[in-house]
Write a protein that binds this ligand. Structure first.
Ligand code: PEP
Ligand code: MG
Length: 588
């Protein structure tokens, strides 16, 4: 069947560079389960329907037991639960799922998912509050059936044991971080935008990925042959023979190029006119330290600590945190490690950690806002960081600071943590540099004032671009407007750098912008010498830096600041630096 389907190219957004060729493996998430889609042949349809009916019966029996065990004074709540009893066999859900299994010849989980989504969208368009509320009942019933259906075959990304390319509607950053490199060749998703955390994880795993495809889930079948071109941000489904041949050649070229660059990764990052740069790594997991070192990082400029919390699905204890941080610090010693405190929520939402659903998570209780609201969680982490500081070269970094009050409040909590450690007689080091992320426009505007309270700034362009240009970094529809070289962004970086210089504090850039060669002339031109990036980007940036003149970059940046559009700026850099910008494959 695959052979007869024509080649099709779907365009998305580059999640991480590189090419892979392999078989598609479709997965998706519904509630807390990962759902797989697979066809069932004609003869298997009756048993698939039976499997669905059994799951309904089991879910319904469980539900009846819950009702039985309840206090009968529950009034309204009991009514709702009794309504659910009826919904288990409702035509719209039950009847339609059975119909979908036999009509589409797909597995029961996928059919149920399809039907419940359809019901959901139908109800949502109706302007009647009562009916709208009913949609929640249907979703809850469908979730209950789903958990019985998936049951023992609950798929975890970690457990996928095939050399495949994952195709998903969406993958959370935590899902992506579970990918076993020796098994999964790459992944593609319908959702996701530029510099989403999922793409950041993909880059550090050096696994090709394309995000924001919009329609891969409906266009790709399990076992279809896929080419993922992460560099160009496209996928090719069912490639013809000459396309395959061309891509096999590209793959060889890409691997040779990467090997070539990596061979020089241990050389120092010094410009031709002798200015040394400090190129550090951004990491999400302690295990990434090895690749950070292999890629020639001179420290960890950003340790995103939230992944430990996301993986555990609970709050770790102070000792657990200390243990993990200690592993990292000992591996990295004597180089510096900047530990950023928990930056939960935004696109790193986890119902186990914070069950509240926000309408605008990027503007919600994210990062330091969450930590200041949940002081005990914050203190636990701060204590672990202060304790690990006794073993290495640690800096403490606070995310999402948007006003001076917040850093003052952080210092109050930090002092409480210090006091607790003193009372507990624990070994720790409180003389560590304290820094803030500059990633919210108000922090840029208040940079001079903020500089008076801290020892360093770390410019987080991933969010700074998102918040200053009003572009959701996870939204594929506005990904084309997410521009690091937008003159407004460049002005903000300059304002931050100048404020730090004026106040005599150190400034680092740790956004993905620092890892893209085209931005390097501007960053050096502005005076930045401390850059932290995805460790996979270090070798290529290093090579570029070694070919640049720091003084000349400074002169060029003045001309750049006279330009008014992103396109003019980008064209200027491409022309001015054409001999040293790395070669990029173009689409035919
Ligand atoms: C940033 O916002 O630029 C940053 C480095 O932090 P994160 O990507 O984790 O939000
Ligand atoms: Mg950020």
């Amino acid at each position: 069947m695959n052979k007869t389907r024509p080649q099709m190219t779907i365009r998305g957004i580059s999640g991480s560079p590189g090419i892979c060729i392999g078989k598609a493996y479709i997965v998706d998430r519904e509630g807390v389960n990962l759902i797989k889609r697979y066809p069932v042949n004609e003869t298997m349809v009756p048993s698939e329907i039976d499997r669905f009916k059994n799951a309904v019966t089991r879910a319904k029996n469980d539900h009846a037991k819950v009702i039985e065990s309840l206090d009968h004074d529950l009034g309204e709540n009991l009514n709702i639960l009794e309504t659910h009893m009826v919904l288990f066999k409702d035509k719209m859900l039950y009847g339609k799922t059975i119909e979908t299994i036999s009509r589409d010849k797909i597995n029961a989980e996928w059919a149920l998912r399809k039907v419940s989504r359809k019901v959901k969208s139908m109800f949502q368009q109706i302007d009647d509050q009562y009916l709208k509320d009913r949609v929640n009942d249907i979703v809850q019933v469908s979730d209950k059936i789903m958990s019985h259906l998936v049951g023992a075959q609950d798929i975890k990304i970690k457990d996928i044991n095939k050399r495949v390319i994952l195709v998903a509607h969406d993958l959370s950053p935590a899902d992506a971080s579970q990918i076993q490199l020796e098994r999964i060749k790459g992944f593609v998703t319908d959702r996701g935008g530029k510099n989403s955390h999922t793409s950041i994880v993909a880059k550090s795993l050096k696994i090709p990925s394309v995000l924001g495809l919009g329609r891969a889930m409906v266009s790709v079948n399990n076992d279809d042959i896929l080419i993922v071109d992460g560099s160009l941000g496209i996928i090719i489904v069912n490639p013809e023979e000459d396309t395959l041949f061309k891509y096999e050649e590209r793959l060889t070229r890409f691997e040779a190029y990467r090997a070539d660059i990596e061979r020089e990764s241990h050389l120092p990052a010094v410009t031709r006119d002798g200015v040394p740069l400090n190129l550090m790594a951004n990491i999400e997991l302690v295990e990434e330290v090895v690749s950070a070192k292999d890629n020639g990082a001179t420290g960890v400029g950003l340790f995103r600590t939230e992944f430990l919390y996301l993986d555990l699905k609970r709050f770790p204890t102070e000792d657990e945190l200390l243990q993990r941080y200690k592993e990292l610090v000992e591996l990295m010693n004597p180089e510096p490690v900047t530990i950023r405190t928990l930056d939960i929520n935004g696109d790193k939402v986890n119902p186990y950690i914070d069950p509240v659903e926000e309408a605008n998570p990027a503007l919600g209780l994210r990062g330091v806002r969450f930590c200041l609201r949940n002081e005990d969680i914050f203190i636990t982490q701060l204590k672990a960081i202060l304790r690990v500081a006794a073993f290495g070269n640690i800096k403490l970094l606070i995310p999402m600071i948007s006003c001076v009050e917040e850093i003052i409040q952080v210092k109050v909590v930090l002092n409480k943590a210090i006091l607790e450690l003193e009372n507990e007689d624990k070994i720790f080091n409180k003389d560590i540099p304290l820094g803030v992320m500059i990633e919210v426009p108000s922090a840029v505007i208040m940079a001079e004032e903020l500089a008076g309270h801290v020892d360093f700034f770390s410019i987080g362009t991933n969010d700074l671009i998102q918040y200053s240009l009003a572009i959701d970094r996870s939204n594929r529809r506005v990904a084309h407007l997410y521009q690091a070289l937008n003159p407004a962004v460049l002005k903000m970086i300059k304002m931050t750098y100048d404020a730090a210089q004026k106040k005599g504090i150190e400034v680092v850039m740790c956004g993905e912008m620092a890892g893209d060669p085209i931005n390097i002339p501007v960053l050096l031109g502005l005076g930045l010498t401390n850059l932290s990036m995805n460790s996979a980007s270090i070798p290529v940036i290093k090579k570029m830096v070694r070919n640049m003149e720091f003084g000349l970059a400074g002169k060029n940046v003045k001309k750049l600041f006279e330009l008014q559009t992103t396109e003019e700026i980008s064209t200027f850099i491409q022309e001015e630096y054409k001999d040293i910008l790395p070669y990029r494959e173009m689409e035919d």
